[in-house]
Design a protein around this ligand. Structure first.
Ligand SMILES: Cc1ncc(COP(=O)(O)O)c(C=O)c1O
Length: 368
């Protein structure tokens, strides 16, 4: 069986160290917000190239807490991509703000920055560029617009730990970065986890307080913030801190497989991922397009290969979400992608014979 992501294989690869770290952490007697978590926050800050990090319970919470810390809520608008995980949108709605969904660039699948200026209203407070599939958005263009209109940038880096734009890590380019450590991500927990990155001290202190009920460092009643509970636990932090040391190596494996796919999949039959020259694409997902996507998905399934669809349904189709969304323009590129996109397996633990099998099926499928 070949899966498009395989967290269990990652566990088995690191098993001995992870098992011993879990037992060590359990015997310490501190299970949330202890030294291990603080250490991981410091190490992640260093890796990304920011001054501060606040660990939280998920990528969704990272976005929500970032918005709350910026004072964004009811009556405000937040511009983002129409092609993202539902999580990005749920975090915005949860604060009371309105998500403004824009179409994507046809090639990179990232937010089309040429649409941003036309969508800015008096209510617009922030832009959330989502580095989809592991490739950075055009951050220099987005930063230019944000500074012109005094908007904050919250990068959704959930799929892009280790990704760079012009040699800078995503999460260090905007005002704030948000990461998910969901088990299939580039840097993955064995459970839920997330991180907020920033170099702004005021924002850091606010996000840290909101993470835990609104408490400041002294738990003083003078704190005027209302918060939630979104702590990363010490066990997940110990695993993540250890795996951070292997992040570059694991990303290189993803890139190597992606290169082989780029070289060997027929670009005359399939649309392959496009990489902008100023980007290091970490291929969190390797997404191809084909007109017969569902048939190909089935063909893979019949051969015990489980490809994925990211995503099956447009955000604008979700009944519960519809009334909260603002969609100022057509989202044609997003709609087209949703009909044809298929994430083929490309995790770091794929074996050569598995890669060959995937390639063989893709080749055979051209004549079906
Ligand atoms: C683009 C994007 N944003 C946000 C999230 C939310 O992360 P989490 O599942 O950790 O809440 C995800 C995770 O799937 C994601 O891919």
């Amino acid at each position: 069986m070949i899966l498009f992501a395989d967290p269990k294989k990652e566990y088995l690869f690191f098993k001995n160290k992870i098992n011993s770290d879990i037992l060590k952490t359990l015997s310490k007697g501190v299970y949330t917000l202890g030294k291990i978590t603080t250490n991981f926050e410091k190490n992640f800050s260093k890796y990304i190239g920011v001054k501060y990090c606040v660990s939280v319970n998920s990528g969704t919470d990272a976005i929500k807490i970032s918005l709350l810390a910026l004072g964004i809520g009811r009556g405000d608008e937040v511009i983002t991509s129409s092609h993202t995980a539902l999580a990005t949108i749920s975090a915005i709605i949860d604060t009371g703000a309105t998500p403004v969904l824009l179409d994507i660039n046809e090639k990179t699948y990232n937010l089309d920055e040429s649409l941003i200026e036309k969508s800015i209203s008096k209510k617009t407070k922030a832009i959330i560029p989502v580095h989809i599939y592991g490739q950075s958005c055009n951050m220099s263009a987005i930063k230019k617009i944000a500074s012109q209109y005094s908007l904050k940038i919250i990068e959704d880096c959930s799929q892009a730990a280790g990704t760079t734009f012009n040699k800078k890590f995503v999460g260090s380019i905007g005002d704030i970065g948000c990461f998910s450590f969901y088990p299939t991500k580039n840097l993955a927990a064995f459970g839920d986890g997330g991180m907020i990155s920033t170099s702004n001290k005021t924002f850091y202190n606010k996000a840290k307080a909101i993470r835990q009920y609104g408490w400041d460092q002294m738990k003083s009643p003078k704190s005027n913030l209302v918060g939630i509970n979104s702590r990363l636990d010490e066990i997940q932090a110990s695993i993540l801190d250890f795996k951070l040391g292997y992040l570059d190596e694991l990303i290189e494996k993803r890139i190597k497989i992606a290169k082989e796919f780029n070289d060997k999949i027929d670009p005359n039959f399939y649309i392959l991922p496009f990489q902008n020259h100023h980007n290091k694409h970490t291929y969190h997902l390797y997404v191809i397009q084909t007109k017969n996507r569902d048939k190909l998905l089935n063909e893979f399934k019949n051969n015990k290969i489980f490809a994925g669809i990211h995503y099956k349904h447009l955000i604008t189709k979700y009944k519960g979400y519809k009334k909260y969304l603002k969609v100022p323009f057509k989202i044609k590129n997003t709609e087209n992608l949703y009909k044809n996109a298929l994430s083929i397996p490309n995790h770091p633990f794929l074996k050569k014979n598995e890669i060959d099998k995937i390639l063989k099926i893709l080749d055979r499928f051209k004549n079906v």
